[in-house]
Design a protein around this ligand. Structure first.
Ligand SMILES: [Zn+2]
Length: 493
């Protein structure tokens, strides 16, 4: 297993760096301190997850109330519909990507159900073209890994076209994977209800299509249910590669995977939190980009990380009931997800996952072993939590779709030694741009800390020493929607 040396390499320095225990002044010097034998377990209670390691500083959350578009659209989110969606998907028995096609069992039956649900979400009562639904098929061949026979993989894609000509070329995705797996990832017929993993994420995607379909949004929003995730992120990778090939502009990917159960394995509740995973520097960065990131201390400022910080800003601004706990790594240890397929190509893509996963309820044949009940069953999904997760996702989608583009080519001018900072950027193309804000933080701060409105200027010099801060720029429109922060590179002139 390639993972073992990696884990040891990670754990050993921690053990070596642990502080030595203070010598006890009460002990007689002849009494050696008690040292547990290697076989003796040391009981350490589990720590609470970090509350919000990267909550945005209040000064970058606008002090004015958020524009009403998100609240207006998201009031219609229904916990009951989310419940029905999870139950309906779990009832297909298995949604394994290689499962046989039967009337009411298997992934093909689940796909037909999803297509009908997305089609029902579409309405012509909208200022702009309606939501359209498409199947995106790919031929799979045996790959020596998790595909052992020829098969057809189909992503289900619903697209809500943007209503602003200058913005409709931008796409924002919300995705969940509708395939599932049993204990044996190669068993296409065993029961695999996949309620939390990932009917929960598909339900969020579907419900957001329903509530947003009647509303105008400047940019295009894509609601996608992928297949083949459990077989190696296949549907997401094939889709992302095809999109990249055509030069698609994708400004955000919100992947919801295991988002339905706020209760941890010990019964603890985390109903007001969800984790957001993001990479700091995408695998697509060139050697030159990495070198510049190293030189300027900006290896933590890739597009996915900016999107994660944006989620935290919007959640604080909209006071969502579920708040994000940002985790600054691409995904959990030993696991992956569809967002990585986009992240690998340099698109801003993040993963939402509940705080305390219960591994007895993932990738397990439903069964009872002693007092353990295993299996990913619908009864473990809490539709009220799911509704709040959908509201957080929806708020981010609406803000991201309605905000103008982030400024392009933002840069700190580094043409001479000086004690101030000149920042410059190219204007955003949307006609409703009302101005820009320069954003900055300490080099040691995880999230942006300060904002300065500069109106419609595209260059500003601030009395801040550029050695000591990391800078970015964001755009705002006439309604007050903010773009994500575009982190500054450097320019010599
Ligand atoms: Zn999953």
């Amino acid at each position: 297993m390639p993972t073992r040396p990696l884990l040891l390499a990670c754990l050993l320095p921690l053990a070596c760096n642990a502080p030595a225990p203070e010598p006890s002044t009460n002990q007689a010097s002849a009494t050696p301190p008690h040292r547990p034998s290697p076989a003796e377990p040391i009981a350490i209670p589990p720590a609470d997850p970090p509350p919000a390691p990267s909550a945005p500083a209040p000064s970058i959350v606008p002090s004015t109330p958020p524009p009403p578009a998100a609240a207006r659209a998201l009031a219609a989110i229904s916990a009951e519909r989310l419940r029905d969606d999870v139950d309906a998907l779990a009832a297909f028995g298995t949604r394994h990507t290689l499962s046989a096609d039967a009337t009411d069992r298997g992934i093909a039956a689940a796909r037909r159900h999803l297509v009908r649900q997305f089609e029902d979400a579409s309405t012509t009562d909208r200022p702009g073209p309606p939501l359209t639904v498409a199947e995106e098929p790919f031929s799979l061949q045996p790959d020596g890994r998790r595909v052992d026979r020829p098969a057809t993989l189909v992503n289900v894609i619903a697209t809500l076209p943007g209503t602003m000509p200058e913005a409709m070329g931008r796409r924002i995705y919300v995705i969940g994977h509708y395939d599932s797996r049993a204990s044996d990832v190669m068993d296409p017929e065993a029961a695999a209800p996949g309620a939390n993993d990932d009917a929960s994420g598909v339900a969020v995607t579907l419900e957001l299509a329903r509530v947003l379909a009647p509303h105008p949004l400047d940019a295009t929003v894509v609601f996608m249910a992928t297949a083949g995730e459990e077989q190696g992120l296949l549907g997401a990778r094939l889709h992302a590669a095809a999109a990249h090939e055509t030069g698609a502009v994708i400004t955000g990917v919100l992947s919801n995977d295991i988002v339905g159960d706020p209760t941890g394995p010990d019964g603890e509740r985390h109903a007001d939190r969800i984790r957001v995973f993001s990479s700091g520097a995408p695998a697509s960065w060139t050697a030159e980009q990495l070198a510049q990131g190293r030189a300027t201390g900006a290896l933590d400022d890739g597009p996915a990380r900016q999107l994660a910080r944006y989620v935290a800003t919007i959640a604080a601004w909209e006071h969502t009931a579920v708040q994000p706990t940002l985790v600054f790594r691409p995904d959990r240890f030993l696991r992956g997800g569809d967002h990585l397929a986009f992240d690998e190509l340099g698109y801003p893509a993040i993963r939402f996952t509940e705080v305390a996963e219960n591994y007895d309820r993932q990738h397990q044949d439903p069964r009872v072993e002693g007092d353990r009940s295993l299996g990913d069953l619908p009864e473990h999904v809490d539709e009220h939590y799911l509704a709040e997760v959908a509201r957080l996702n929806g708020a981010v989608l609406v803000h991201l779709a309605n905000a103008p583009s982030a400024p392009t080519e933002p840069a700190v001018v580094a043409d001479a030694l000086s004690r101030d900072t000149t920042v410059r950027w190219a204007p955003a193309p949307e006609p409703d741009v009302a101005g820009y804000e320069v954003i900055w933080r300490a080099t040691t701060a995880p999230s942006w800390e300060h904002a300065r409105d500069v109106g419609t200027a595209t260059e500003i010099t601030l009395p801040l020493h550029k050695d000591d801060w990391i800078f970015g720029v964001r755009t705002y429109d006439r309604d007050g929607h903010r773009s994500p922060v575009a982190a500054c590179g450097i320019t010599k002139a």
